[in-house]
Design a protein around this ligand. Structure first.
Ligand code: GLN
Length: 442
């Protein structure tokens, strides 16, 4: 569908795909240079911001996140806030307090998570860029399930001011789009040190010149546990890369196996402290029995408005940080994080990127997701989590389709601040890749 007809019918499209939690009243292009949407954990002045959580229902921020104000200054118009897992806790966007986005290639399947609504919007709407946020893989996973391009930049590249925190040492704001060339264009607009966010870094210039990717390393640990179909599609994609002049080596990265458990200790520890501020007093829901003691009041509000996964993560994270256990869990997880960084540094000394499929399977059906245990869905992240705990930039490109027509993605991981080589390989890939748009009807 063309951009005009899509924008005209956006409300009807949204009723079908459920990518937006909130839409702007004015979705016409008007004078805007471009239209964009943003994950609903990025604050925006003119729209409610809930981060997928009912506890924030009714929260109307009085400020824009830095990335949103930068895009507005560059002539962009924000048309909607996208559905997501509550506070980013999930892999399929099904842990949402609100609407669950549906995969554009098959409405019975998930979009991935937690930036599922953003990937859905980028896949369905032509010429559309959506901001996503990745803590443990939430940009590349949904980009791969929805057949689009997505980048999570180096940690500290983009200001987190205005981002509703999940894990402060992990969260990264990035871009999802149907076009590889958009990634560089919009990342350039949002990158940079920001005085309002002490975790945004003084950084090497954002390099935008073309830099050919010459070599990739495929870790053995990154091609274990794949579905047969993902394995086959990835194999063909690797052959294609070789024919594009990229050298491919197979390497060992033993630390990757430990990244997933370490991530869930780090991420839940940070999340459980971040969620402590939601006590039904300053944001969102504030009703409740005010005659209760403080503890009883906030227990009532938190029990009612946090979803199950948020509660599970509060319990996990609080346990991991408990006096006496901190050394056993959190400190250990930080050591693992350093070992993972060292492993990437070692391999990236001799290669431009580390490559593996983005996800071990294609977008699952909702009925299968409902049968998965929490642990099974955590495990699905083993390919995206390592780069996220290392803070290294990573980019997913669509690389083929399975026998049901569902997209498969592959993920390149470069060294810190080396996004340029990721943009270049994605642009080279796009020139020869036969992207199948989802068939759309409303
Ligand atoms: N699926 C991972 C989690 O649940 C990653 C999510 C994210 O990056 N926000 O934590």
């Amino acid at each position: 569908m063309s951009m005009d007809s899509v924008m005209k019918d956006l409300k009807a499209i949204n009723a079908k795909y459920q990518m937006f939690h909130t839409m702007s009243d004015d979705i016409s292009a008007g004078d805007a240079k471009f239209l964009f949407s943003a994950k609903d954990n990025l604050t925006s002045k003119d729209m409610e911001t809930c981060a997928g959580s009912r506890i924030l229902e009714g929260y109307h921020p009085v400020f824009d996140a830095t990335c949103i104000s930068k895009l507005r200054e560059a002539g962009g118009k924000l048309v909607g806030k996208t559905n997501m897992d509550e506070f980013g806790f999930g892999t399929f966007s099904t842990n949402s307090g609100f609407e669950v986005p549906r995969n554009p290639y098959d409405l019975n399947r998930a979009c991935g998570g937690s930036s599922g609504g953003s990937a859905c919007a980028a896949s369905v709407i032509e010429d559309h860029m959506s901001l996503g946020v990745s803590t443990g893989g939430s940009i590349c996973c949904p980009a791969s399930f929805c057949g689009v391009y997505g980048i999570a930049p180096t940690y500290g590249r983009v200001s987190r001011y205005g981002l509703i925190d999940y894990g402060n040492s992990l969260d990264k704001i990035g871009v999802i789009s149907q076009k590889a060339t958009d990634l560089k264009k919009y990342m350039e607009m949002i990158a940079g040190k920001d005085e309002k966010d002490p975790t945004s870094m003084v950084q090497p210039d954002f390099k935008t010149a073309y830099r050919k990717m010459r070599s990739v390393a495929i870790p053995k640990e990154g091609i274990e546990g794949l579905s047969k179909e993902v394995e086959a599609v990835f194999k063909d994609a690797v052959e294609q890369l070789k024919s594009m002049g990229v050298d491919v080596d197979y390497v060992d990265m033993p630390s990757l196996k430990y990244a997933m458990p370490a991530y869930y200790v780090l991420a839940t520890s940070e999340a459980s402290t971040n969620l402590a501020r939601y006590v039904g007093m300053r944001y969102g829901h504030q009703e409740g029995d005010h005659s209760l003691k403080f503890d009883d009041y906030f227990t009532e509000v938190r029990s009612k408005y946090f979803g199950d996964e948020a509660k599970r993560r509060i319990l996990l994270g609080t346990y991991a940080r408990m006096a006496g256990f901190g050394g056993r869990h959190y400190a250990k997880a930080r050591e693992v994080r350093q070992v993972v960084i060292n492993d990437y540094k070692r391999v990236l000394e001799t290669h431009d990127a580390v490559l593996a499929p983005t996800m071990p399977f294609t977008a699952p059906r909702f009925d299968d997701i409902s049968k998965m245990s929490a642990l099974e869905s955590y495990k699905a992240d083993y390919l995206t989590v390592p780069a996220n705990i290392a803070g290294t930039p990573h980019l997913s490109v669509p690389c083929g389709y399975d026998s049901n027509g569902m997209p498969v993605g592959m993920q390149f991981v470069a060294d810190h601040w080396n996004e340029d080589v990721l943009f270049s390989v994605a642009e080279d890939w796009e020139k020869q890749f036969d992207l199948r748009r989802p068939e759309m009807s409303i």
